[in-house]
Each structure stands twice: as C-alpha cells, then as structure tokens.
Design a binder for this molecule. Structure first.
Ligand code: GLU
Length: 478
C-alpha cells in the first residue's frame, strides 16, 4: 500500500460516513480515521522493516496530528506526511580504533539528518551498545518536533555508535572519539549539522570530538554544543535537561492549582538528566525517593537530602560507579537489585534513563498508587501501552519532546552565544530556559485542550508538527 493515498480528506470521510448507515457520527468518523491511519502505518512498517522504536515514535505523533490533517488539504496535496517520516539523509560508517592492549576494534557509527526545514540539523550523539538505525531514527524524528517546540531555529538529527564506553579507559574513549569524528567531521558544520551529547556522550566526549574536528578542519566553530566552558560551552548546559523537565513539571502541577512542595517524585536513571532534575526538585522542596541504573534501583523512603544527592553525584558522575554503592554509603537507603523504581508509591514519576523503560505493568502500578503525573526526562521512556494505561487512568503525561526540550534549548542558546562571540551569565541562561519551558507548556495547553483538561502528548505533537509542516510547505518540493 502506498503511503501517498493517505490520509483522507474530511470530505472523503464525510462521504463514507454518509454511506455507513445510521450509526453515531463520531464513532464512525473515529473508526474511519483509525483504519486510514492503520493503512499508513502498515505501509511505513514495510518501508522501514524491523525498526520498532521508529514505528512507535511515528505512530504516536500521527495519532495526534491525524485530525488536523483532515482540515488541511494543502498538507495533503504536498504529501507532507510521507515526506516527514523519511529522513533527509542517513549516514552509516565504519569506526576503527585500538584498545590499550593493542587490539583493533571495529564499531558502526551513524548520523541521521532527519529534517532541516527550520534550521541546521541539531541533536545529540549516543554511544551505547543498543544503538542502531531504528533507535537513531526514532530519536531523530522526535528531535524535529522537540526542537520546533523550543522556538529556536534548529532542525532535527541524531547520531551515535554501538560503542560501549563502560569500562573503557580515558585514552580508549579519546581514541574512539577521534576515530568517530574523523569520519563524521566531513558531514557536519556550524550551519549544516550541529551534534551534542546524549547517553554515553557527556562533556568529556564532546571535548575530544571538538578537538578532533578542529584539528582536521582547521576551523574553530560552533560545530558541537555541550562544550566545556573554557572553549565556548554555555553555562547551565549540563543542568538544562533536568532543570527544564522540572520547570515543565512545575507548570503542569500549577495548572492544576498545586505546587511541588512535599510531592514524592520517583526518578529513574542516575546520569546527567536524573541528577539535575533531582537538584531542582530539592530546591523546590519536593522529595526525591529513588534513582536507578542498569543494575537496579535505590529507594529512599523519606526522600534524599542535598548531602545524599551529592554522594550519588560523586559515585555516578565522578567515580563512574554503580547505584548500589550509594546504599553502602547512606543509612536508610534500600537497594532493589534488578528493579525499576515504578512500584514505589509516588505522586510523580520522572523516567530519566532510556526508551521503553516504563511498561504497561509499571503504568498500572502508578495508576493504582494514585500518581498524578509522569514526566519524561528521557526520550520515549514510556511504551505505547503504558501511555494508554496512564491516559485511561487520568495520569497526566508530559512527553519527552516537550518536557526534556530544555537540553537542546540551551544548546541553541550556546550556538547564539558562540555566534556573538560572548557568553551569558548563569542567570541570563536560566531566565531564558525558564521562559522557553513556559512557552512550551503554553503551546501544549493551546493545542492539547481536551474536555477541560490538557493532553500534553497531543499538544506537543500538534504544536511541533504545525511548525515543521508550515516550514516544509513554504519551501516547496525539497
Ligand atoms: N540529546 C539531547 C536531546 O535528546 C540534546 C541534544 C542537543 O543538545 O543537541 O535532546
């Protein structure tokens, strides 16, 4: 089935409605819609086989935007949807490097340059053994809408390699980054594609990548963000994703007439996003009751204090240790091996680890313990069936493309500072970040209003989509 014939116009839906007998109009319309959408998705699955994460991300966006398309014959005539789900360019390359023992290793690297209609491609690099094209296409697709929501001129892209930095020495990480950039360098540029960090790529890796780019191209330009402060990095960039997610959560809670004070927040992950989200939560007097890593979770019944958070930060970020070591160092902290934090009673869950880490069973537990909201610090951490359970259980879901947009937003601010050859104070960046998160919340509220409540998933998808789609339309058939 061709993707091209879909979706239907409102007129064609109404004609079919006319022939469908006397059943309820809304039921028939939604049935027709979902069968057309199914057709589009099954064609997509054939065209991008075995890429489940990518299918999942596309399906979620299309479910939200399908009703808009019925009223936009201009989008349909331009075949916008089919164009939107096809990355503009996908690069795959070999990376050869040498371990400290002189063994020669081969990894596979990619850059997915998804959509450049509103600005140069922008999005992180992920170094993790699970990296493949499905994961990077889902991340690149999400990034297009996330970046659009920030209001800054950034297109969508994502890249990375199936390299596992765990257990590698400093010099091995440096050699790998240099080998990776030796190939990637020819495909990126400050006005073409500007990568940054993601899982497995932090300040250290961005530094090595930047150094190699500069060496090869003999140009000191803003080709990466998340740089060190001594060579053009923005203040607050490391904190931005976690802080931004909490600013977003604060708006969600305030829209319900409440505050974050004393709310119990279960956080997963213990990397950059999780730790900075926790820092901001403590500042706002909320209680952080958990963290996790791939080995298990820690549970802190009374909530962690600042000293405890500093211990976690030291163990995870400086020592590059494991989360169970926290339980050995702080009294009253329980370690739950192999467990995620989702069976802990909480008011809010903040999954800040990785995709599909919160499934249907976890969602049921959150609904039954009376959780009010799930806010995605990671990209697509809730499975599709988890989202369905949460929506049915009236748990608000702040989707990653809105809630974690603070990271890439401050990356955009880093580019602005570099372009002006100056750097803003921490306060200036924080004010701008807060204003951006507030605007994203308002855009979600405007486009996601449903029966007096806000569906943040629909709101984020629609607002992001409209911006990208309008830009594509204006630029003709490119
Ligand atoms: N990897 C981050 C994200 O998922 C940040 C990307 C960037 O700063 O370009 O949005």
């Amino acid at each position: 089935q061709s993707l091209r014939e879909l979706p239907p116009s409102k007129d064609s839906l109404l004609v079919r409605l006319f022939f469908s007998g006397s059943r309820d109009r809304d039921d028939v319309l939604s049935e027709l819609r979902s069968s057309e959408l199914d057709g589009f998705l099954s064609a997509l699955k054939k065209r991008h086989p075995h890429q489940e994460e990518f299918h999942q991300a596309v399906e979620e966006v299309l479910e939200s935007v399908w009703p808009i398309l019925e009223d936009r014959p201009d989008f349909q005539k331009a075949n916008l949807l089919e164009r939107l789900v096809e990355p503009e360019r996908v690069l795959t390359f070999r990376i050869v490097w040498e371990t400290d023992d002189g063994e020669v290793r081969v990894n596979r690297g990619h850059r997915v340059q998804f959509n450049s209609s509103i600005g140069p491609y922008k999005g992180g690099l992920r170094f993790h053994p699970t990296v493949n094209l499905s994961v990077l296409k889902f991340l690149g697709f999400e990034q297009c809408f996330k970046n659009a929501l920030t209001g800054l001129p950034m297109g969508g892209g994502k890249g990375g390699a199936d390299f596992d930095p765990k257990g590698r020495s400093e010099r091995e990480v440096m050699r790998f980054c240099q080998a990776f950039m030796t190939e990637l360098g020819r495909h990126i540029g400050e006005s073409t594609d500007v990568p940054a960090g993601d899982i497995g790529v932090g300040g250290r890796e961005v530094g090595y990548l930047f150094g190699q780019y500069k060496r090869l191209q003999n140009r000191f330009v803003s080709v990466l963000t998340g740089k060190g402060q001594s060579f053009g990095g923005s203040l607050l960039r490391p904190e931005a994703t976690g802080f931004g997610a909490v600013y977003f959560l604060r708006h969600m809670v305030e829209a319900k007439g409440q505050s974050l004070k004393d709310k119990r927040i279960a956080v997963s992950g213990s990397g950059n996003v999780a730790l900075h989200a926790a820092e901001k939560l403590l500042e706002l007097d909320a209680k952080v009751v958990s963290f996790s890593d791939s080995g298990g979770s820690i549970y802190v019944p009374e909530g962690l204090d600042r000293k405890g958070l500093e211990t976690v930060r030291h163990i995870k970020l400086e020592r590059r240790g494991r989360i169970h070591e926290v339980a050995d160092e702080i009294d009253g902290v329980e370690y739950q091996e192999g467990q995620s934090p989702w069976s802990i009673e909480c008011d809010v869950a903040m999954p800040c680890a990785t995709q599909n880490e919160l499934d249907e069973e976890d969602a049921k537990k959150l609904v039954s313990c009376g959780a009010q909201a799930v806010v995605e610090g990671a990209n697509m951490p809730c499975t599709a069936s988890a989202v369905e359970v949460l929506r049915k259980g009236s748990v608000m879901v702040g989707p990653g493309k809105a809630a974690n947009a603070g990271g890439v937003a401050v990356s955009g601010l880093e580019q602005s500072q570099n372009a002006q050859r100056l750097s803003w104070t921490r306060n200036e960046v924080d004010e701008k970040l807060q204003a951006i998160m507030e605007r994203i919340h308002s855009a979600c509220a405007e486009h996601g209003e449903k029966d007096g409540a806000i569906d943040y998933i629909d709101g984020a998808n629609r607002a992001g989509f409209l911006k990208v789609a309008d830009a594509m339309l204006s630029q003709g058939l490119v």
